[in-house]
Design a protein around this ligand. Sequence first.
Ligand code: SAH
Ligand code: SF4
Length: 363
Amino acid sequence: MLVDAKGSILSLLLHDLTEYVVARGHPAYRGKQIADWLYKRRTASYEEMTDLPQTLRAQLAAEFHFPKANVVRVLGSKDTTQKFLFRLRDGNLIESVLIPASPALYGETSDRRTICVSSQVGCAYGCNFCASGLEGWTRNLDAGEIVQQLTGVEQVSGEKIDNVVFMGMGEPLANLENLKRALGIINGSWGLEIGARHITVSTSGLAPQIRELADDPTQFRLALSLHGATDEVRSQIMPVNRKYPLNVLLDACDYYVAKKRRMMFEYILIAGINDTDEQARALAKIAKRLYAKINLIPYNTVESLNWSRPSRSTQERFHSILREHGIISTLRREKGHDIAAACGQLRLQTKRAEQEAQVAPVG
Ligand code: SAH
Ligand code: SF4
C-alpha cells in the first residue's frame, strides 16, 4: 500500500485504491469505482465522482491531490508531431511528444498514435549528444506525473493514445519503482488499458535493472540505446558505458532475452563517431547474439552541441551492412519526426529563457 498521503491519486494501482477504501470502512468495490472515474470517465475533480459517498470524497480530497495537467506550451501541428511542455506542481518542467500514426516509426506499432513520455526531470547519465542530460538530474517523476502525461495530452489534443514509448527525458530504469507503478496503471484493464505490446521502455543500458526486469512479471517491450558497438566508441558518447561496459551489459541482455523476450536496439547515427563500416559489422554481431531488431535514427541536432548526422549515403551504407549480415533494421526517414527524438530541448529552451528573464516558476 502506498503510504504517501500527500501523493497523487494517479499514482495508485487498483489494489492500492481498494486497500485504501477498505481501511476507511468502505466496501471494496469503491476502489474500482474511483479507478473508473479516473481512467474511464476521466473526471476532473473528486466532486464529480457522484456515486461515491460524500465522506469518501472528502477523505480522498484530504489525502491525495488531484493533479491537473498544466500544459504551458504546445509546439508543432496535428499532422506531424506535437510537443507538450508541462509545468509540475513544484514548478519543474517536463515534456511529452505526440506522434501521429505513421509508417515505419516504431516497428510493428506504426499505425498507432504514440506518446513519448518523460520519466525524470533531467537525467543523470549525461550522454554527450543528448539535450535531456545537459543540465543534470533534478528528480524522479512519481507514477502520477508519468500517467498524467498521457491523460493530459489526450485532453489537450483530443487524440486517443494507443502506443507509449518511454523515450522522453530521463532514464526510466533509474526510476524503476515509479516506472513499474505507472506501467501498471497504463496497462491495467481497470486503468488506461494500453496493451503491453504497445508500451516500450528505452534504457541507456543499466545492467542490474535489466536483470531485475527479467525476473519481474511486468510486461512491456524493452529498447536498448546502444549507439556504439565497441566499448571505445560507446564510452566516448555514453558515460554509462564506463560503469556497465558492453560485456556486462550484453550478459544482462542475454539473461533478459532468455527469461523474457527479445529487445530492440536503438542506434543513433552520428557523423564521424559511430557510423563506420567497422561499427556496423560489430553492431550486426551483437544483434545476432541477442536476436534483436535495430532502429537506426539519424542524429537530431541539439542547440549548443556540435554533433551532426551523417550524409544520407553514409546512413544507407550503414543500413545495408546490417542487411547483408541478415539483421532486421529500419532507417528512419521522416523529417516531420525530427522534433520527437530530440526530446528535452523544448524544456531546455524554456528553462533558459525563464532564467534569463528571471521569471519565477508558477506553482
Ligand atoms: N534514457 C533513455 C530513454 C530516453 S532517451 C535512453 O537513453 O534510452 C530516448 C532515445 O532518444 C535514446 O535512444 C537516446 O539516445 C535518443 N536521443 C537522445 N538525443 C537524441 C538526438 N539528439 N537525436 C536522436 N536521438 C536522440
Ligand atoms: Fe539520459 Fe537517455 Fe539522454 Fe542518455 S540518452 S542523457 S540516458 S535521456
